[in-house]
Ligand binder design. Structure first.
Ligand code: PLP
Length: 382
C-alpha cells in the first residue's frame, strides 16, 4: 500500500473502532414524508423538508419549467453570464419575505456562510459564535482570518463578558442560529441584538431551520438561510441592507468564484415561496406535530420542528435508529463530531407532510425501543 492509501486505511480503522464511520444509503424520496430504502418504504423523520415541498407536484413542475426556459445549468458565475432572470425574482421574493431591502442568493447555505463572514471581518477583527453554531459558520469564521471566540450556548452573560473584555478596536461579527440544527432550541435574537448594539457588533443569524416554520421574533442586520430545507429546493441566501448586499456581490469569494444557482433550483424555490404565502396553515403544522410528540413522550415542549432524543454513546444511538427502522421509521442517529462527544442522539424532524397517526406511530415505536434499551420513557396517551 502506498503512503496515501495507508494513511486513509488507518484513519478509517480508527473511525470504525469509534462507531464514527459514515456510510451512504441510497434513498428515494417518493412523496410526502415517505422514502424508499433497501426495497422498503419508511416514514422519514430525518428529512429537512419541513413543509413537504421538495416533492410537491407544483414545485417540481416549476423546476421543470425553469429548465425548459433557461437550461439545466447557469453556465457561469453570476458575475459573468450566470445571471438568469429567476435569480432576480428569487432575491426580490426573499427580501420581501424577510422584510429586508436586499438579498444575495448563493449556491448553498454552506457557501453563503463561508462567503459572508470573510467579506465582513479579517485579520485584526473578532468573530464570536455560539458554540453550537453549524460547521459552516465555524468554517466562515476561520476563513476570515479574524480572531475567533465562542460563547456558551445561548449564554448572553458569557457573550457580554467576552465583548467587554475582548472587543478591541476592530470590527466584530456575532454568529448564531435562530433554531439550532441539532437541538431544536432557539436563540434569544432580540437580546443578542441589544447586546450587539451596545458593543457596535454585527449580528448574523442563520435561519436555516426557522424559515417557513418559526415566526421570527426579531430580525438581525444579517439574516442568512438556505433554500434546501423548508423551501424544498437548493441554494442559500443573505438578506440585508443594500450596502451589505452590494459589497458581498463584489467581495464574497463563494459568490464570485462559483457558478450561479441553476435555474431549476431558483424556479422551485420561487414556487415554494408562492405556496408559503398562499397556504399559511402549512407553516404551523411542523411545530404543532413536534409539540404533539414532545407532550406524548414527556419531553420539554418542542420549540421548533426539530426534537433531539439524546442517548449518549454513538453505538446506542445507532441501535435505537436501527430498531426504529425495523418498525418502519427512518430516524437518523447523529454522532460526534456533528454533536459533542457523549451526546449522540436521535434527531427527529417533523414535517407538514406527516400525519398525526404517523407521529403517534413513532411515539409507540420509540417507546418500545427505549424500553428494550433499558430506559423508562413516560409515554402519555394521545
Ligand atoms: C443545513 C444548514 C446549512 C447549510 O445549508 P445548505 O444549503 O444545505 O448548504 C447552514 N446552516 C445551518 C444551520 C444548517 O442547518
Amino acid at each position: 500500500m502506498d503512503s496515501l492509501d495507508a494513511f486513509c486505511a488507518t484513519k478509517l480503522a480508527d473511525l470504525d473502532a469509534k462507531s464514527l464511520r459514515r456510510k451512504l444509503q441510497p434513498t428515494i424520496r417518493t412523496q410526502g414524508a415517505h422514502v424508499q430504502r433497501g426495497g422498503r418504504t419508511l416514514v422519514s423523520f430525518s428529512c429537512n423538508d419541513y413543509l413537504g415541498l421538495a416533492t410537491d407536484p407544483r414545485v417540481k413542475a416549476a423546476a421543470i419549467q425553469a429548465i425548459q426556459t433557461y437550461g439545466a445549468g447557469a453556465a457561469g458565475s453570476r458575475l459573468v453570464t450566470g445571471a438568469h432572470p429567476l435569480l432576480d425574482d428569487l432575491e426580490a421574493e426573499l427580501a420581501r419575505l424577510k422584510g429586508k431591502p436586499a438579498t444575495l442568493v448563493f449556491g448553498s447555505g454552506y457557501l453563503a456562510n463561508i462567503g459572508i463572514t470573510p467579506a465582513l471581518a479579517g485579520p485584526g477583527d473578532l468573530v464570536i459564535l455560539d458554540q453550537r453554531s453549524h460547521a459552516c459558520m465555524w468554517a466562515g469564521a476561520q476563513l476570515s482570518g479574524a480572531r475567533v471566540l465562542s460563547f456558551r450556548h445561548n449564554d448572553l452573560e458569557h457573550l457580554g463578558n467576552l465583548l467587554a473584555q475582548e472587543r478591541g478596536t476592530g470590527r466584530v461579527v456575532i454568529l448564531t442560529e435562530r433554531v439550532f440544527s441539532m437541538d431544536g432550541d432557539r436563540a434569544p435574537v432580540a437580546e443578542l441584538l441589544a447586546l450587539a448594539a451596545r458593543h457596535d457588533a454585527w449580528l448574523l443569524v442563520d435561519d436555516a431551520h426557522g424559515l417557513g416554520v418559526i415566526e421570527a421574533d426579531a430580525a438581525a442586520p444579517l439574516e442568512m438561510g438556505t433554500l434546501s430545507k423548508a423551501l424544498g429546493s437548493y441554494g442559500g441566501y443573505l438578506c440585508a441592507s443594500e450596502p451589505v448586499v452590494d459589497l458581498l456581490r463584489s467581495r464574497a469569494r463563494s459568490f464570485v468564484y462559483t457558478t450561479a444557482l441553476p435555474p431549476a433550483s431558483a424556479g422551485a424555490a420561487l414556487e415554494s415561496l408562492r405556496i408559503l404565502r398562499a397556504e399559511p396553515d402549512r407553516q404551523r403544522r411542523p411545530l404543532a406535530l413536534a409539540q404533539r410528540f414532545t407532550s406524548r413522550m414527556g419531553l420539554p415542549t418542542a420549540q421548533s420542528a426539530i426534537v433531539p432524543v439524546i442517548v449518549g454513546e454513538a453505538a446506542a444511538a445507532l441501535a435505537l435508529s436501527a430498531g426504529l427502522e425495523d418498525k418502519g421509521f427512518l430516524v437518523a442517529a447523529i454522532r460526534p463530531p456533528t454533536v459533542t462527544a457523549g451526546t449522540a442522539r436521535l434527531r427527529i424532524a417533523f414535517s407538514a407532510a406527516h400525519t398525526e397517526a404517523e407521529v403517534d406511530g413513532l411515539v409507540e415505536a420509540l417507546a418500545h425501543c427505549l424500553v428494550r434499551a433499558g430506559l423508562r420513557p413516560e409515554v402519555q396517551p394521545a
